[in-house]
Design a protein around this ligand. Structure first.
Ligand SMILES: [Zn+2]
Length: 202
């Protein structure tokens, strides 16, 4: 996806419709800085506002993602390219999130171990030892919570029975036994309980 081309296209369509950056931003409930960033090719409109944006600019999402007006002949081909591109972007973003999960998980476990070693070895009054262990445990719990939250939100779990891909509830993920990133979950589609593998895209 050519962000710069898309930005220029947004600017051209905005002017065609007689909007200033500020006016368009206001209609979308955003700051004009957001619109200016799209038009400079520095960021892409969020998926959540794409439909409203397209309606205001009198274009369709496929044209927005292509950064040009499309005739019916090239429409289908572009639609497939854009879908594939969105797929790849989702995959990349989810991979990054799962990498972050490992970093957060590792740091919180190491910091907990260091806390325990200090609490066990260093000379200090009992109350200080208690505070140190409580704080260490709290940081560990927070780290694990965020790791699980990231793991739940990045990508999907795949049911081995029916092949459905879905995002389970936070509670289901927290209480599910796991081997690596495969978790024992109940499939919301076929109802079978099994180890469901993590996949990056739908
Ligand atoms: Zn299933």
């Amino acid at each position: 996806m050519d962000q710069e081309k898309i930005g220029k296209f947004i600017a051209a369509c905005r002017k065609d419709q007689g909007f200033t950056q500020a006016k368009l931003a206001e209609r979308l409930g955003l700051t004009d800085r957001a619109v200016s960033k799209w038009e400079n090719g520095k960021s892409m409109p969020d998926a959540s506002i794409m439909l409203d944006l397209c309606e205001l600019l009198k274009i369709n999402v496929n044209e927005l993602l292509s950064g040009e007006r499309l005739d019916t002949a090239s429409y289908k081909e572009k639609a497939e390219d854009n879908l594939l591109e969105l797929h790849l972007q989702e995959e990349k973003a989810n991979k990054k999130m799962l990498g972050l999960e490992i970093v957060i998980g590792t740091i919180s476990v190491i910091s907990f171990c260091v806390t325990l070693i200090i609490a066990a070895g260093a000379e200090m009054p009992v109350w200080a030892r208690v505070i140190l262990i409580v704080t260490g445990s709290f940081v560990l719990a927070l780290g694990i919570f965020y790791s699980i939250k990231i793991e739940r939100e990045a990508g999907y779990y795949e049911c081995q029975e029916c092949g459905a891909r879905y995002v389970p509830s936070m509670k289901a993920v927290i209480f599910a036994p796991h081997i690596g990133r495969s978790r024992q979950l109940k499939c919301p589609y076929c109802g079978k309980r099994n180890y469901h593998k993590k996949t990056l895209t739908k």
